[in-house]
Design a protein around this ligand. Structure first.
Ligand code: ZN
Ligand code: ZN
Length: 325
């Protein structure tokens, strides 16, 4: 095992490739970790937010990845990893909410180095084997697809619901697919004709934000805009007693009038990480299509460019190729 590796490191607002980053040392004991040799990773909106200062993270970026486990029961297998590293001992963990553990670290987001590197250390409990039928490209999407499935797990929607998804980016696309597959009548509202076309090709109704009349007729509105104004827009689409689901985090503070929420008796709820098993099953069954979202790939040595490319271009998912063997 080498002592040093390549890694895309964030410090302050500086993102750089380091070729002499120490290979992480997996923890031993009750929270035992496994070293994973990363094959491929995906750039996410959260990575862009982190660079803007969200969470004040310093370390190796990247939390959507596929790799090969180097030890433990899954040794030699392709794996994906849940990103919340919880203590499983505190009251929150024992009450069944480990993703809310106050002692948690989060891969590539909070206090734990991420996957834009040759190796990442992941708690054994967090690993899931990638089924043979799933290509590595598709498996990179397990983490964001799981986040989309969290909406179903939170039991916020019913099959007969009309749902509006605001935002035609990566997460909006996946949330729309999950809701449409569940049985909802889905409209995606976005700003980018090319991204909306991908959804129409999947049989999902779309509209351009400046052309759609935001009648208050939707049972559920999912905000995937990644924008501070997303909640305000959602209030124009949701019907009285409807539900607004906030899926994206925005760094900084937002101000808005809360009166419409009270007047229309709207439920506003946050939604974050979700069940990997549901995501793997949905991808394996072909119910969720992710290949149309891949819009480019960069080698790890050009990982910084991959991140900048994602930030500056109207692209969907950029992959980072790490191990070519
Ligand atoms: Zn992400
Ligand atoms: Zn805990």
């Amino acid at each position: 095992m080498p002592a040093e590796m390549r890694a895309i490191h964030l410090s302050g607002k500086t993102v750089e490739l380091r070729s002499d980053h120490p290979v992480p040392r997996p923890k031993v004991g009750p929270e035992s970790e496994v070293l994973v040799k990363v094959i491929r990773a995906g750039v996410c909106e959260t990575d862009l937010q982190l660079i803007q200062g969200y969470m004040g993270f310093e370390g190796v970026l990247g939390h959507e990845f596929v790799g090969i486990a180097q030890s433990g029961p899954l040794r030699g297998e392709r794996v994906v990893g849940e990103i919340n590293c919880s203590c499983f001992q505190c009251g929150t963990c024992r009450s069944g909410l480990p993703t809310h553990c106050p002692n948690r670290t989060v891969l590539g987001i909070l206090g734990h180095d991420g996957a834009f590197a040759d190796f990442i250390s992941v708690p054994q409990k967090n690993l899931h084997r990638v089924p043979e039928a799933l290509s590595t490209d598709v498996a990179v999407f397990v983490e964001p697809v799981a986040a989309a499935y969290q909406i179903l797990r939170q039991q916020l929607v019913e099959k007969h619901h009309r749902a509006a998804v605001l935002g035609d980016g990566r997460l909006g696309n996946l949330c729309a697919q999950v809701l449409a597959d569940f049985g909802c009548e889905v409209l995606v509202v976005g700003k980018h004709e090319n991204k909306l076309q991908i959804l129409r090709d999947l049989g999902i109704e779309t509209g351009l934000l400046n052309e759609v009349t935001p009648a208050r007729k939707f049972d559920v509105v999912v905000d995937c805009t990644g924008s501070a104004s997303g909640l305000l827009t959602a209030l124009q689409f949701v019907k009285p007693w409807g539900t607004i689901i906030l899926k994206t985090t925005v760094s900084g503070e937002q101000t808005m009038a809360f009166a419409p929420i009270v007047i229309d008796e709207v439920r506003v709820i946050g939604s974050r990480c979700g069940p990997f098993s549901d995501a793997i099953a949905g991808l394996e069954a072909g119910r969720i299509q992710v290949e149309p979202l891949i819009s480019g790939r960069f080698p790890l040595d050009k990982g910084v460019e991959a991140i900048h490319h994602t930030a500056q271009n109207p692209v969907l998912k950029i992959l980072i190729d790490i191990d070519h063997s």
